[in-house]
Design a protein around this ligand. Structure first.
Ligand SMILES: Cc1cc2nc3c(=O)[nH]c(=O)nc-3n(C[C@H](O)[C@H](O)[C@H](O)COP(=O)(O)OP(=O)(O)OC[C@H]3O[C@@H](n4cnc5c(N)ncnc54)[C@H](O)[C@@H]3O)c2cc1C
Length: 337
């Protein structure tokens, strides 16, 4: 097995995300998430906390949280959604602003953003895979069949090629962009220093709406060993992360006042690979025999991606079928070479 990465492993969203492994609030993705937790528990060199830290979905008003709580209680009672406010909320998170309400969910494992990707890369190397970093690759197709990849001036032969290029997947598969079911949604995350970082994963309510395409930013704060990640934007164009640092800090101060004076360590930007229906596209793609895809996890890639990878690998090896809800064939514009 050979992997071609045009940059370094984990250089994009898989190394620059907010670092919360959490339930993705979707029927199909939640199954991938449950399987992903099992993969993480067996992954050498990666530590998933035994118990979730808990997610606090935050709002200034109780009403949107009441409906979110009712919906989550109906669909995923195992998340034990509970509304918390006032003194009870400050007992959970003493540094939150006054007047906020929260819906607490039993999910959210803070991890270092790049940790899982680097650990999987280590496992692949130990299993004998060749990882070529700093080498972009494109499918090499002849007569409707995959022959391998073009990498620089070289051709590397292979009977199967899996494209897992995140938001760049459509342009790698189809340079004409006729097939374009995944779009980048750019996120800025600011790493800050906080004397009293939160114990929970903090999130402003409404991530489903912005993930579905409304531009702007939503507050989130995730504290992992050694770093506190303040997020994040949802933008169609690549932003200058430094230009967003002040705005994110100011917006965040409405939830955690100490953010107003928090030192900015660094700011980073990366793109979520947002698919047409919010679920990844997996399996054979277009009319080319031997060409496969696994991409499109949007804001949930470190929470569900490892199970997608397992599914794609099993399907290539003929061990499992791709369920219709994840099949790449649901992106209807076909593409042929
Ligand atoms: C701000 C932000 C915060 C996030 N926070 C979370 C979170 O807390 N929890 C969560 O579950 N998810 C989160 N996500 C989502 C998650 O990070 C992504 O869904 C996931 O990382 C996508 O993984 P991927 O491997 O598909 O794509 P990527 O990580 O983008 O990897 C694609 C790789 O393909 C390479 N590539 C592109 N073209 C080529 C080519 N021609 N040849 C070779 N290589 C190529 C790129 O260099 C890149 O390294 C967040 C995303 C963002 C943007």
């Amino acid at each position: 097995m050979e992997l071609f990465e045009r940059d370094d492993v984990a250089a994009a969203a898989s190394g620059r995300n907010s670092g919360s492994v959490q339930h993705p609030f979707d029927r199909v993705l939640s199954e991938l998430h449950a399987e992903t937790l099992r993969h993480y528990r067996e992954l050498e060199g990666f530590e998933l906390p035994d118990r979730p830290a808990g997610v606090l979905m935050l709002a200034g008003d109780l009403r949107p949280l009441e409906s979110a709580r009712a919906e989550i209680a109906r669909l995923w009672p195992e998340l034990r959604p509970a509304l918390v406010g006032g003194r009870d909320l400050r007992r959970l998170e003493p540094n939150l602003a006054r007047g906020l309400w929260a819906c607490r969910l039993e999910t959210g494992y803070p991890v270092r953003p790049a940790a899982a990707t680097l650990a999987f890369a280590g496992r692949a190397r130990r299993a004998g895979a060749l990882l070529h970093e700093g080498r972009a690759a494109w499918p090499w197709v002849r007569s409707g069949q995959i022959r391998g990849v073009f990498a620089g001036h070289e051709r590397c032969a292979s009977g199967s090629v899996l494209v897992a290029a995140g938001p760049w997947t459509p342009e790698v598969i189809d340079p004409t962009r006729t097939w374009s079911p995944i779009e980048p949604v750019w996120g800025v995350v600011v790493e800050v220093r906080l004397a009293n970082p939160p114990r929970h994963v903090l999130e402003e309510a409404g991530v489903e709406d912005v993930a579905a395409g409304a531009a702007g930013s939503l507050f989130s704060l995730v504290s992992t060993a050694g770093a506190v990640s303040l997020g994040s934007t949802f933008l169609a164009e690549e932003p200058d992360p430094r230009a967003w640092a002040a705005a994110l800090r100011e917006a965040g101060a409405a939830f955690v006042p100490a953010l107003r004076d928090a030192e900015v360590v660094r700011a980073r930007a990366c793109a979520r690979p947002q698919s047409l229906d919010g679920r990844p596209l997996v399996g054979p793609v277009g009319e080319v025999e031997g060409l496969w895809v696994a991409a499109g996890h949007g804001p949930w890639g470190i929470s569900a991606g490892p199970a997608t990878s397992r599914l794609a690998a099993d399907a290539i090896l003929g061990r499992r079928r791709i369920p219709a809800s994840l099949a790449a064939s649901r992106a209807t514009t076909t593409y042929a070479r």
